[in-house]
Ligand binder design. Structure first.
Ligand code: ATP
Ligand code: MG
Length: 461
């Protein structure tokens, strides 16, 4: 509730000074003729929200990625609004409005599939002296104070994300020299980098994501603090890191993002099992598979084709998965059992770092298990596999493994050709595909198991 406002005014001023944010900072106002934001590029729904707030007597600004991207001549992903109206006041203005978030309430104004997020200006958090607001490392745990426009600006992550487009006069309001950084292609944290990363270590991942997406350099101080504080990512809840992983790898610049994550030593806090295998690569193989998968993802997004977190995770975790499966097989487990057990082990270990909802984990496991089933190309099995819902993804994954150097070229060629045949030709092909082990002497179960892969008609050695 807002009844605490008078109490906070004094405390806020004190904290503002402590945080090196000056409530009396004069912003640089860039008038309409001097910047590139045109109302023609703003979504009509976002404009509607801004005008209605303004009409009701409130301040209303576009802020964040939408403003940044329009200033760069890029197409914004979404539009966020900041206002001095309280969430309840926003709700009164819009019938199609939902208040979300328990601690810091946000208003979501919905128009069909488009959601305009309307946030009340935030003030500085209550600070270290109030028990329970920060963790031992300085991470902000409670964050529920409303504030003024200038306070809101100083709480944002990067200077280029702290630019406000004012619907009252169409100017851009800049408290943090974000316009200069935007021109210079520089990503700079607002305020003291160490403090800002400690407050929220996810800002390190955001730095990498924006650097990759915008092609910006990270400011030396913002960069140095990141190298020093990367281990703080270990304390972030897995569910939040899962959300970030999707933004990092399904944003259209996955290859570049991955390289930066590795460069700054951040990848190991997201996928430690994979990172461990990447460090002892044989012939660059695991790196190639992953980079190829990420390059495919970028390409598909560029062509507006769908991408799925299940395929992404299948590729991200394939290295630990195949090694774990191989060691279980070496201990005598059947190929399928080894893969099932390995999959469970790898997923279980991953969940400590990033969560993976079942609706993605299950299809991911199917893609993996189909890798084994795709090697069985005798009898009528291939026809059944063709109609499996996950066949396409599993086949794409098989191609990726082959391209990355796994000895399965012949198998891939077999499947590629098989799909081009009509039904009669497929049946004829199945009749001529030799059964594994045909023409060879029967061996003991164990011997057979061990040589299963070598035996297969279509895998290379
Ligand atoms: P994108 O194009 O990916 O949407 P964005 O900059 O809009 O980029 P969002 O995650 O949508 O990113 O966040 C909107 C704005 O909220 C940011 O531009 C930034 O001003 C602020 N913000 C988001 N996350 C943080 C954070 N962890 N710390 C401080 N400010 C943040
Ligand atoms: Mg955004």
């Amino acid at each position: 509730m807002y009844y605490t406002r008078p109490l906070f005014i004094h405390k806020r001023l004190e904290l503002t000074l402590q945080n090196n944010t000056d409530s009396h900072v004069e912003p640089r106002i860039v008038p309409r003729p001097e910047h590139a934001i045109s109302r023609a590029n703003i979504s009509p729904n976002a404009l509607k929200v801004l005008y209605r707030l303004k009409g009701a007597g409130y301040d209303a600004y576009l802020v964040g990625g939408g403003v940044r991207d329009m200033l760069l001549g890029r197409e914004p992903k979404d539009f966020d609004v900041a206002t001095n109206a309280l969430p309840e006041e926003v709700k009164k203005l819009f019938g199609n409005c939902l208040l979300i978030g328990r601690r810091f309430r946000l208003a979501h104004v919905r128009y069909g599939r488009e959601v305009i997020e309307v946030a009340t200006f935030r003030g500085p958090s209550e600070g270290d002296e109030v028990e329970g607001t920060r963790s031992e490392t300085g991470r902000i745990l409670r964050d529920n104070v409303y504030g003024t426009l200038v306070e809101d600006a100083f709480r944002r992550d990067f200077t280029v994300n702290a630019l406000y487009y004012n619907i009252a006069d169409f100017s851009v309001v800049d408290f943090t020299d974000g316009m200069d950084d935007l021109k210079a292609g520089l990503l700079r944290l607002v305020g003291d980098p160490e403090r800002r990363y400690r407050e929220d270590p996810v800002r390190m991942l955001r730095a990498v994501r924006f650097a990759a997406k915008l092609g910006f350099r990270i400011h030396p101080k913002t960069e140095a603090a990141m190298l020093a504080l990367a281990p703080l990512l270990a304390d972030i809840p897995p569910a939040r890191l899962f959300d970030e992983v999707l933004k990092l790898f399904l944003g259209g610049c996955a290859v570049q993002t991955f390289e930066l994550l590795r460069h700054y030593g951040l990848f190991k806090y997201l996928f430690p099992q994979t990172d461990a295998w990447l460090s002892h690569e044989e012939d660059n193989f695991p790196l190639t598979l992953l980079v190829r998968a990420l390059a495919n993802t970028d390409l598909r997004l560029a062509e507006a084709k769908p991408v799925t977190p299940a395929f992404l995770y299948a590729a991200l975790l394939w290295e630990p998965m195949r090694h774990a499966a191989a060691s279980r097989e070496a201990e005598g487990a059947s190929e399928l059992a080894a893969m099932q057990e390995a999959a469970s082990e790898v997923v279980e270990a991953q969940l400590h770092h990033t969560s993976l909802p079942k609706r993605f984990a299950l299809p991911m496991r199917e893609i993996w298990m189909l890798q084994a089933r795709l090697t069985r190309i005798t009898g009528m099995r291939p026809l059944k596999l063709l109609s499996h819902t996950r066949f396409r993804a599993a086949y794409d994954f098989l191609l990726l493994r082959a391209e990355a150097g796994e000895p399965i070229q012949t198998l891939c060629e077999w499947w590629t050709e098989f799909q081009t045949l009509d039904e009669n030709a497929q049946l004829a092909r199945l009749r001529t595909t030799a059964k594994p082990g045909q023409g060879k002497k029967r061996r003991s179960r164990r011997g057979k198991r061990k040589s299963k892969q070598n035996n297969n008609t279509a895998t290379d050695d």
